[in-house]
Design a protein around this ligand. Structure first.
Ligand code: GNR
Ligand code: NI
Length: 169
């Protein structure tokens, strides 16, 4: 396993749209395992392929307190949304910023698991939020895209400046 580099806003590669995975083979499984290790290392509850500059539609999630319930979603799709909730979000690709946006409260989704087996399930609470956040990443979308233009512009300036400074050690 390996810890991968996580891209930081405003890296343009965060805007790439990921391609569907044709087959869950050993290469994809290794990527999923590396992403899981990277997510645990960064103390996130989810991580998308886009954030580690991998071109396929894959996501890892663990919303458990104990950090022992990993979920692997390949080609995830939301097939139904219900309700609306305010969601306080942060993102490993936008370190140090969090804000409140609206998300669907509960979802029905389908995906392939780590063995390439198709499944369908329902989610609510933090898991539903996280799945929506990660699928957005696969579509090149960030949670700050839902904020007002004024807030986004302020954020963009701040993170552009940060990105031009030498990395902290
Ligand atoms: O670790 C994360 N926490 C989080 C909190 C509220 C809503 C979404 C998230 S996902 C985030 C990890 C991340 O950036 N995944 O893309
Ligand atoms: Ni994120």
């Amino acid at each position: 396993m390996a810890i991968l580099d996580i891209l930081h806003y405003p890296d343009e590669r965060l805007r790439n749209v990921a391609r569907p995975v044709a087959r869950v083979d050993a290469d994809i499984q290794r990527t999923l395992d590396d992403m899981l290790e990277t997510m645990y290392d960064a103390q996130g509850i989810g991580l998308s392929a886009t954030q580690v500059d991998y071109p396929g539609r894959v996501v890892v999630i663990d919303v458990s307190e104990e950090r022992n319930q990993p979920r692997f979603l390949v080609n995830p799709e939301i097939i139904h949304r219900d309700g609306m909730v305010e969601s306080q979000e942060g993102c490993l690709s936008i370190p140090g910023y969090c804000d409140t946006i609206e998300r669907a409260e509960s979802i029905r989704y389908r995906a392939l698991d780590r063995d390439g087996k198709a499944f369908e399930d329902e989610a609510d609470g933090l898991l539903a939020i996280c799945i929506q956040h990660e699928i957005d990443h696969l579509d090149g979308k960030l949670f700050i895209d839902y904020l007002s233009p004024l807030k986004r512009q302020r954020l963009h300036k701040k993170y552009l400046k940060l990105s031009k400074q030498p990395a902290a050690s």
